[in-house]
Design a protein around this ligand. Structure first.
Ligand code: ZN
Length: 296
């Protein structure tokens, strides 16, 4: 069940519903309806029912990037909202084309954001900030509520632990595809004046914790870059995949990540399936290793 986190801001699962003067703006749809396999008792039902009861129709839905755990609920919303609703996403997002093909939206219902931009929606200023790096489509987009100083970051903050030396998350490395863009994007976020950060995985962080998470994520990505450069310099003839594994193993050691978990990530749970290491850890490491090998 959701709850109000402050006046007009209702939080359910991974979704923040902003109930303004006349309308409801949905931020980060999440995917709990997909996980439970039904609309009933989902955050979608809760938010649609709430908007109906307050006579504030859903006018806009913003999503942080195309990953299924962030947009899975979108079709559940779109199929149940009778008035046209606008989707706000990064201009690089593959979602509008996919949804247009199956008639979930018309192309004109998509508001593409490709640079920092403010939108005045139902009495509130929303700042949208492109922050590429995490998603392979370069479609990461953050949303900032100017009035409340709340920043919604999608998957940008992935410290995987409380400090660089203590990685007790699922992995020793953040999941990203474009390392330099990611570092630039994290720097933009470090300089924003926020009081609260909400991640795309429902974590609500106060200012200090959010800065810690930003700094640790940045430190991990930066360290991968440095280790990749050193590996390429010392072994310029070595194949990239071997260097990547060396960087990963070094990170496991430096961050005191559980060695059995580190090993388990390299083994796929099912035959013919890629391991978590290949799917989530390797892309970012490979980005820097390839870059380092090429620049030699
Ligand atoms: Zn993601």
């Amino acid at each position: 069940m959701g709850q109000y986190i402050s006046e007009g801001l209702f939080f359910s699962q991974r979704t923040l519903a902003v109930l303004g003067k006349n309308a409801c703006v949905v931020l980060e749809p999440g995917y709990d309806a997909v996980v439970q396999g039904k609309y009933a008792s989902s955050s979608v039902e809760e938010i649609i029912e709430l908007s109906k009861s307050l006579h504030k129709d859903i006018s806009h839905i913003w999503y942080s990037h195309y990953h299924g755990d962030h947009v899975g609920n979108l079709p559940f919303y779109l199929k149940r909202i009778s008035d046209p609703v606008f989707l706000i996403g990064h201009a690089n997002s593959p979602i509008p084309e996919q949804y247009s093909k199956v008639q979930l939206i018309q192309p004109a219902q998509f508001i593409p954001i490709s640079r920092q931009q403010e939108l005045f929606l139902d009495g509130r200023i929303y700042q949208f900030i492109p922050t590429p790096g995490h998603s392979i489509y370069q479609d990461d987009l953050c949303a900032y509520l100017r009035q409340e100083k709340i920043l919604l970051v999608g998957d940008m903050l992935q410290p995987q632990g409380t400090s660089y030396e203590k990685a007790d998350g699922l992995s020793p490395v953040p999941y990203f595809f474009d390392g330099l863009s990611y570092l630039d994007s994290l720097t933009i976020l470090q300089n924003l004046d926020f009081e609260q950060v909400i991640t795309g995985h429902a974590q609500r962080l106060d200012k200090n914790t959010a800065h810690l998470w930003l700094d640790v994520t940045f430190a991990c990505v930066k360290r991968i870059q440095t280790l990749a450069q050193m590996a390429a310099q010392n072994q310029p003839k070595q194949v990239a995949e071997v260097l990547c594994e060396q960087v990963y193993d070094q990170l496991v050691q430096e961050r005191h990540f559980d060695k059995n978990m580190a090993l388990a990530r390299k083994n796929s749970s099912m035959p013919h399936h890629k391991s978590d290491y290949v799917l989530y850890d390797l892309p970012g490491i490979r980005y820097f290793v390839q870059q380092s090998l090429q620049s030699r």
